[in-house]
Design a protein around this ligand. Structure first.
Ligand SMILES: NC(=O)c1ccc[n+]([C@@H]2O[C@H](COP(=O)([O-])OP(=O)(O)OC[C@H]3O[C@@H](n4cnc5c(N)ncnc54)[C@H](OP(=O)(O)O)[C@@H]3O)[C@@H](O)[C@H]2O)c1
Length: 235
């Protein structure tokens, strides 16, 4: 579709866009392009003055509807009411853009779990909460573990040179109380076998262990499935 055709289509059927963290530098540029296509925008940000300036700018650029709400998106208890208000105001939602985030000071984050926790709240817990309300996705266990894996990767990079080994253990389904009663339970791995592989990995100072080993192959394949196919799979 050419740009002109896209603009004409958008003008006839303006997209309803919810922007969370609307004062973000990236979000503002995205919103400008959408506004030029006549989009209807609901903007959420925590700084009232900045938000008003962004809304005024987008109005002049062609947005056909603009409403705003001031909210600190760290406060997940407000997400349900905020989103239902925004979606009602827009009369639906075609696109939700989550743009809020903080970078922080690495030295301060390393020195204070309180500050680290605050960043996790903004950059991980808050978007997950918003996505749950928006999409009702049930992928939180996997996401929490993926977040931990990323954290351990960074930690390994930092402290390996000091002679400290960080071993990330990635078990497939194992027969323990956590998986009792699950479908296919009889095929789950024996915890004794898994334990032996963990001890072996510790002895060998391995970085990452998939256990039982077949999960190395399974996850290699899963990681290489293109997103457009993965999203259609029931995994
Ligand atoms: N810029 C990059 O190079 C880069 C690269 C990769 C990923 N990202 C990610 O892209 C997203 C947008 O980043 P950006 O570059 O546009 O950064 P930015 O201009 O600093 O925008 C971040 C926005 O998040 C808002 N925010 C932070 N905490 C919030 C909270 N608790 N509630 C509501 N709003 C909150 C900030 O609001 P205030 O204005 O009130 O502070 C600000 O508008 C972020 O998630 C960032 O991590 C950026």
């Amino acid at each position: 579709m050419s740009n002109e055709t896209a603009k004409n289509t958008a003008a006839k059927n303006p997209r309803k866009v919810l922007v969370l963290g609307a004062t973000s530098g990236i979000a503002m540029q995205v919103c400008r392009l959408l506004a030029e296509q006549g989009a209807q925008l609901f903007l959420v940000a925590r700084n009232e003055q900045k938000l008003a300036a962004v809304a005024a700018d987008l109005k002049t650029r062609g947005a056909t509807f603009i409403d705003t709400a001031v909210a600190d998106l760290d406060d997940t208890s407000q997400h349900a009411s905020l989103l239902s208000h925004a979606v009602n105001a827009l009369g639906g939602c075609d696109v939700a853009l989550l743009a809020h985030g903080v970078l922080g000071d690495p030295a301060e984050l390393d020195a204070s779990f309180e500050k680290a926790g605050a960043m996790l709240q903004t950059n991980l817990v808050s978007p997950v909460s918003l996505c749950m309300w928006l999409g009702k996705a049930n992928t939180i266990y996997g996401a929490s573990k993926a977040g931990l894996t990323a954290f351990l990767g960074g930690l390994r990079n930092r402290i390996d040179r000091e002679g400290v080994t960080v071993l990330t253990i990635k078990p497939g389904p194992v027969k323990t109380s956590m998986t009792a009663g699950m479908k296919g339970e009889e095929k789950f791995a024996d915890p004794k076998k898994v334990a032996a592989q963990i001890v072996n990995a510790i002895d060998k100072k391995m970085d990452v262990l998939y256990t039982p080993s077949i999960w190395l192959v399974i996850m290699f394949v899963v990681k290489h499935i293109p997103e457009r196919i993965f999203k259609k799979l029931n995994v």
